[in-house]
Ligand binder design. Structure first.
Ligand code: FAD
Length: 318
């Protein structure tokens, strides 16, 4: 079932969902099931699975020279989605990127998903590869998520890249896109970011999931701005509990989000990461409760495979 149908069917009741990462190459899929099992009691209508593109690593050779190699550390997004749908009978949402994909790759990826009975996708641009400052699309790939959304929407109308494709069966994907309550890192202003977000909706996306945030007022202001600009689709807040002291610096840098001073002060006082985890979980719990009160359709947690923390929060909210 589509994400938008799950939202309609819940008649205003906030639902629980979460995102997982494929395991590192070489690890077993059991680690994924172990992360999902404890959260199934909260009846997630869908589970997102992130996509991780290739990275460049430099390996030192015997002669001391460095050799550049392309590796994908976390493959398996599609396989994991199929396994989730099969094992749990819950909709799995693969993330799909512009980065690393030609349009042809994208089409074939979508065909695979359709054959597997997956009818939701999260359409994203992806970040620049680690060794580059700016995002670079593939030669025949998309520059922006809005173009990727267009391609998926075209396929939903039976429009394939090759006009000569016969019996062009339409796909039927529900398309989600990313939104940024504190603006995307590269966007010159919030207005500009929302302008392009609106484009993604105009091209065929039907819901938004936000980047994580730690101050609910930023989310409420973002929703207000979106509504003012005529974006009417459901906006799902993304939440993550802070669990280590190091994240005080890592999270703002990596995700372009501010941390509230009250939270920073509490974390700085902590003697170890066990205490930080308690503070982070309590903060996220209070955020969750306020968002439920405000009537958000879904609370979407970035679990990063750490279901113990999410379970502690969900058990007091759902
Ligand atoms: P876009 O919507 O394309 O926007 C990128 C930037 O370009 C923005 O600043 C926007 O304002 C600007 N822009 C858009 N269109 C135009 C235009 N026509 N002209 C000029 N500027 C424009 N990354 C992964 O690698 N894998 C994942 O699984 C993943 N999952 C994510 C899930 C969520 C919910 C979120 C919020 C992010 C996720 N990301 C993931 C990170 C995401 O790929 C990065 O944030 C990326 O830098 C931007 O992706 P986007 O889809 O928002 O891009």
């Amino acid at each position: 079932m589509k994400v938008t149908e799950h939202i309609e069917k819940s008649h205003g009741k906030t639902q629980f969902s979460f995102e997982i990462l494929p395991p590192l190459k070489g690890e077993n899929i059991q680690s994924i099931f172990d992360a999902i099992d404890p959260l199934m009691e909260f009846n997630p209508p869908f589970i997102d699975v992130t996509y991780h593109r290739e990275e460049y690593v430099y390996k030192e050779l015997d002669n001391g020279l460095l050799q550049k190699q392309v590796v994908r550390k976390r493959p398996g997004t599609v396989g994991i989605c199929a396994a989730i749908q099969n094992k749990y009978d819950v909709d799995a949402i693969p993330h799909i990127l512009c980065g690393g994909f030609t349009q042809e790759d994208t089409e074939n990826f979508l065909i695979d998903l359709g054959f597997l009975g997956i009818d939701n996708v999260m359409a994203l641009r992806g970040d620049a590869v680690k060794s580059e400052t700016y995002f670079k699309p593939e030669k025949e790939g998309h520059h922006y998520a809005s173009q990727l959304v267009s391609q998926i929407a075209n396929l939903n109308h039976g429009v394939y890249l090759d006009e000569e494709v016969q019996n062009n069966t339409p796909t039927d994907f529900c398309i989600g896109v990313a939104g940024y309550p504190e603006k995307h890192l590269e966007a010159p202003s919030m207005d500009s970011d929302i302008y392009f977000l609106k484009k993604k909706i105009a091209k065929g996306a039907t819901y938004i999931v936000t980047q994580m945030f730690f101050d609910n007022s930023k989310f409420f202001q973002f929703v207000e701005k979106c509504r003012k600009e005529g974006i009417e689709v459901p906006i799902i807040p993304g939440l993550k509990p802070l669990v280590t002291k190091k994240q005080l610096n890592l999270i703002p840098h990596r995700f372009n989000v501010d941390l509230p001073d009250d939270l920073i002060r509490e974390v700085v006082k902590c003697k170890d990461n066990d205490q930080v985890r308690e503070v982070g979980i309590e903060w996220c719990l209070q955020q969750s409760k306020e968002l439920v009160k405000a009537g958000v359709p879904v609370l979407h947690y970035y679990s990063m495979g750490k279901s113990v923390n999410i379970k502690k929060i969900a058990s007091q909210v759902f």
